[in-house]
Design a protein around this ligand. Structure first.
Ligand SMILES: NC(=O)c1ccc[n+]([C@@H]2O[C@H](COP(=O)([O-])OP(=O)(O)OC[C@H]3O[C@@H](n4cnc5c(N)ncnc54)[C@H](O)[C@@H]3O)[C@@H](O)[C@H]2O)c1
Length: 257
């Protein structure tokens, strides 16, 4: 059975991914700032390098998959959102790429279906994904008021998805795959504290998120897609951003795919 590394596997979508991977007989190593097999703050350079060192020591013969899932939502400070959602994701993937290469493994990133909505600031996306310099990203984040954190969130996830698309050909050359899932609103600790007003706003889009009901998706529905992309069954899939949002992306951008 395989050896998988996950970030943010303690609660929510990540916990479901772990449950499914364990259920299929795989070994899973969880990097999280609480309840992890190693506990580090991935929003710091030190946390990222400690995690990469620990995984390299534990799995010298390589790993089959990386699920880069840790993230904070749009209520977090802008620095934290850029640091964790974009920089940690890309740095961890690059840092563990040599271990993935040993087993022709794959990486799945958790992005968001907000990457296509109007709150995305393309100038921020360009800065993040083209410059890839955390200090510059932090300079920018410090200038952004908390009131714009929703834009910071969608932009961080857009930069992440764009990075996945851009690097996937070079990963493919080495026999590796890298993909992303773009979940819609999902019931997890991240969304459980939303006020009724915030929930209503999230469900404003005129098709209800979940099969004709005004409910968020379940974490397991996102985890199923992640586990599929991380499996050999997805061996032909590389560089894809898979929307798992009950059809909202299709509604909003029917002609774009
Ligand atoms: N819930 C949604 O509606 C939704 C929608 C789209 C995308 N997502 C994305 O899904 C991913 C998982 O989120 P979730 O909804 O399961 O929420 P969650 O809060 O349950 O999961 C986040 C995980 O990341 C860990 N984490 C947070 N900060 C960390 C840090 N600094 N260092 C290390 N680990 C840290 C948490 O402990 C937790 O295990 C996130 O990337 C999130 O942006 C969620």
């Amino acid at each position: 059975m395989g050896s998988y590394v996950i970030t943010g596997g303690t609660t929510g979508i990540g916990a479901e991914v772990r449950r499914l991977l364990f259920g299929a007989g795989h070994e899973v190593f969880n990097i999280d700032y609480r309840g992890g097999d190693i506990e580090v703050d991935l929003s710091t350079d030190e946390g990222v390098s400690t995690a990469i060192r620990a995984v390299t020591e534990k799995y010298p013969d390589g790993i089959d998959g990386l699920i880069s899932n840790a993230g904070v939502g749009p209520t977090a400070p802008p620095e934290k959102i850029f640091s964790l959602n974009f920089y940690a994701g890309t740095y961890i993937a690059e840092g563990l790429r040599p271990l993935l290469a040993k087993k022709k493994g794959c990486c799945v990133m958790t992005s968001s279906n907000s990457i296509t909505n109007s709150s995305v600031r393309m100038d921020w996306v360009e800065l993040l994904s083209n410059l890839r310099n955390r200090d510059r990203g932090m300079d920018l984040a410090r200038m952004i008021p908390q009131a714009q954190a929703a834009s910071v969130y969608s932009s961080s996830k857009c930069a992440l998805a764009r990075w996945v698309r851009r690097v996937s050909p070079s990963w493919a050359v080495d026999g590796l795959r890298i993909n992303a899932v773009a979940p819609g609103n999902t019931t997890t600790p991240m969304t459980k504290n939303l006020t009724e007003q915030q929930k209503d706003a999230a469900l404003l889009i005129p098709i209800p998120t979940r099969y004709g009901t005004r409910e968020f998706l379940d974490a397991e529905e996102i985890a199923n897609a992640i586990v599929f992309l991380a499996s050999k069954k997805a061996s032909g899939i590389n560089g894809v951003v898979l929307f798992v949002d009950g059809g909202i992306d299709a509604l909003m951008r029917s002609e774009r795919f």
